[in-house]
Design a protein around this ligand. Structure first.
Ligand code: IPE
Ligand code: IPE
Ligand code: MG
Length: 252
């Protein structure tokens, strides 16, 4: 066991990352709109191109030793965009599910969705659920797609459920600690992300995995998401392996 493995918090199950690479990578896929605008095209054209990148990155994860990939597709704040863009994105999510379902199943990818489903159209919610069921037996890669996801909203929803359990006597308030709260989050079955990547040159997290990223490494790259390639991904993963994560301890 390496020193890095020894101090890794045991927030998930299974072994540590192979070859010192991250076990769980989360990506804020940003820059689709600017990519399209630079080509004189509508923003939705960029979102389409972005969708194709998801496929490429999903495909290379097992080979790169990444067991968990979590991607930010639509935030709780993205409803502020024009109705046309929001509707276009929802259509793209449905199209992605239809087009990719078989390949995801056959390639051993287990898909989960996080975020508040209550505001999504029932048809999309049903498709999301069916894809989760279809791929439930897979374990080559755990792909989590965040739709209508916001870190603060997630913690608020978790707290609401926790408060209900206190009210109905299932939980003693004195027993509530960080681990208890984590069990109420959308991500309760996932290990914390080791590495969070954001594309498009913005150095902020925009409400993504606030709780879970407490000790994540961050990598901000200028590349716009539709230009993100497996080569760039490989380079970032190699850079991660050279970092030392201390989790509050002292190196020695
Ligand atoms: C990210 O790309 C995708 C979503 C937020 C849905 P953007 O649409 O934010 O692209 P930019 O940041 O405007 O270039
Ligand atoms: C974050 O990107 C959300 C997703 C990538 C889905 P945004 O483009 O919405 O974030 P801001 O507005 O630049 O912070
Ligand atoms: Mg953006």
């Amino acid at each position: 066991m390496t020193k890095q493995d020894a101090i890794r918090p045991q927030s998930g199950s299974g072994e540590g990352p192979p070859r010192g690479g991250p076990r769980h990578v989360a990506i804020i896929m940003d820059g689709n709109g600017r990519w399209a605008q630079a080509r004189g095209k509508p923003r939705l054209f960029g979102h389409q191109a972005g969708g194709r990148r998801v496929r490429e990155i999903v495909e290379c994860c097992p080979e790169f030793g990444v067991e968990y990939l979590t991607v930010f597709a639509f935030s709780t704040e993205n409803w502020k965009r024009t109705q046309a863009e929001v509707a276009g994105l929802m259509t793209l999510f449905k199209r992605y599910i239809v087009k990719e379902a078989t390949a995801l199943r056959d390639n051993g990818v287990r898909v989960r969705f996080i975020g508040d489903r209550d505001r999504l159209e029932p048809k999309l919610v049903e498709m999301m659920h069916r894809l989760e069921v279809l791929t439930a037996g897979n374990e080559a890669l755990h792909l989590t797609i965040a739709i209508n996801y916001g870190g603060r909203d997630e913690v608020a929803r978790a707290t609401r459920r926790l408060a209900r359990d206190v009210k109905n006597g299932r939980l003693d308030p004195e027993d509530v600690d960080a681990e208890t709260l984590a069990r109420y989050l959308d991500t309760y079955v996932l290990p914390d992300p080791d590495l969070v990547i954001r594309t498009s040159g913005e150095a902020r997290i925009s409400n993504f995995l606030l709780w879970q990223s407490a000790y994540a490494e961050y990598e901000f790259v200028d590349t716009l998401w539709p230009d993100f390639t497996r080569e760039i991904f490989a380079e970032i993963l190699a850079g991660y392996s050279r970092r030392e994560r201390r989790f509050g301890a002292v190196s020695g």
